[in-house]
Design a protein around this ligand. Structure first.
Ligand SMILES: [Zn+2]
Length: 446
């Protein structure tokens, strides 16, 4: 049997000089990733077959001598950074490409690895297990170069520590410690054995096929006013800095660095702090929801929402990202494994909203704004979200409705399915048997 992994993400209380090192290590990881990605693309374009091991070797040969890796005194600055920070990006890059090609092959939306930009990416670096030590009694962790760093809580899991990732969210630093745990800790007991269809939407965050509507604490909406104020404060500081540097209203030439005043820094910190708070409220809500769904049910049916695609619709974007659909998906997949719950994902083209859950009629006229509708075929009256949840729940049972052949109904989703020829309602299932497969990968998100 494969190993089971859990990760615990703990806030750190680093001293200023420790923060300085964290920043440098993150910068190193980012820079190495970008180097590796550029080299990967160059080799690929030249018809070669790049791989992480060979790239790492290639990098090791130049990292203490190539011009980009020397400081102003001509000394290799990588010597001041622990090794994992510049070794791990190669592994991450290989994983990202594997994921990309696997998604491509499976017909899922695939995303090529991207170059990382300072301040616009998730800043993190890796520490291997032989370079760290956890002192749970005194709530601290020993990390390379910086020594002991205080943690806000002790490590929750006991087991063999695999490694850790230090990262930054908002103005705080965190360490996610990965632990190999025994089965008894990994697997959780379910309290119920129901089957539930979950329709994710805007009016209610989630509508369950048992009739329950769960509202999201719309943190972004509530904080929007404050967000606007803090955003405006920051842009005023930027405008002032531009004016002081003599650029006026003209766009800055690429690569220009503005002097950063204390007030500028304060405004940026306040804004980042608010963003982080919003992210926390959202994650907390989704953790509770996904845990509940998996704990109480032996089967959960959800839709395969193309979040990226939907976010391109700007009107929907804010409300959607406020609910955090992408996060919902990754959390529920991981928890279904822990609770041994069957997770069934409906095909993206399955018309869960348009099908009448009473007679199976596929309503061509249903628009996004229709919150309720009456079936022209059997006269049943439907709440849009609840009807969708019923249809999803059925995918877990033998009573799934046959999809009536859609003819000329103008719906983009259904059109695409006719092009394929037939609707496959279930995209994939995950269940007990494949529980261990991706555990390490999934838990890494925490
Ligand atoms: Zn009907």
């Amino acid at each position: 049997m494969g190993s089971l992994y859990l990760a615990h993400r703990i806030a750190l209380l680093p001293r200023p000089e420790q923060v300085e090192y964290f920043k440098r290590a993150c910068g190193t990881a980012r820079k190495v990733w970008n180097w590796a990605l550029a080299e990967w693309k160059r080799q690929y374009a030249a018809g070669l077959k790049p791989n992480a091991m060979a790239l790492k070797k290639q990098f090791n040969a130049i990292k203490y001598s190539a011009p980009g890796w020397l400081d102003e005194h001509g000394r290799p600055w990588l010597r001041g950074i622990h090794r994992d920070a510049h070794a791990q990006p190669f592994t991450h890059l290989a994983r990202a490409w594997n994921q990309y090609f696997a998604d491509l092959k499976a017909g899922k939306p695939a995303h090529e690895p991207q170059f990382k930009k300072k301040g616009r990416c998730h800043e993190s670096f890796y520490v291997a297990n032989d370079r760290l030590e956890v002192d749970n009694e005194n709530r601290k962790i020993r990390l390379p170069i910086v020594g002991w760093v205080a943690m806000t809580e002790p490590l929750r899991f006991t087991g063999r520590i695999q490694g850790a990732t230090v990262s930054k969210t908002g103005n705080r630093w965190y360490v996610a410690i990965q632990v190999e745990v025994p089965e008894a800790i990994f697997h959780r007991k379910r309290t119920g054995h129901g089957t539930v269809g979950v329709d994710l939407g805007l009016s209610a965050a989630a509508t369950l096929s048992n009739g329950e509507k769960i509202k999201a604490p719309q943190p972004l909406k509530a904080a929007l006013r404050r967000l606007r104020i803090r955003g405006r404060r920051l842009s005023r500081k930027i405008a002032a800095a531009k004016a002081a540097a003599g650029y006026g209203k003209a766009p800055l030439p690429k690569g220009t660095r503005l002097p950063i005043s204390n007030n500028f820094r304060k405004a940026a910190t306040a804004l980042a702090g608010l963003h982080a708070r919003i992210a926390h409220i959202r994650a907390d809500f989704l953790h509770k929801l996904t845990t509940r769904l998996c704990r109480e049910n032996q089967a959960v049916v959800i839709e395969d929402l193309n979040v990226k695609g939907m976010l391109q619709n700007e009107r929907l974007a804010r409300a959607l990202s406020d609910v955090g659909f992408g996060l919902f998906r990754s959390q529920i997949e991981y928890k279904a494994r822990r609770y041994g719950t069957r997770l069934i994902v409906a095909d993206r083209w399955y018309p869960s909203s348009r099908l009448c859950s009473s007679c199976g009629y596929n309503n061509p006229a249903l628009a996004l704004k229709d919150r309720a509708w009456t079936c022209p075929s059997c006269g049943a009256h439907h709440d849009r979200d609840l009807n969708a949840a019923y249809n999803l729940e059925r995918l877990a049972t033998a009573t799934a409705l046959p999809v009536v052949s859609p003819s000329g109904n103008g719906g983009a989703a259904v059109e695409a399915s006719t092009a394929v020829g037939k609707v496959t309602p279930v995209r994939y299932e995950s269940s007990d048997s494949e529980q261990e497969g991706n555990a390490a990968h999934e838990s890494a998100r925490f």
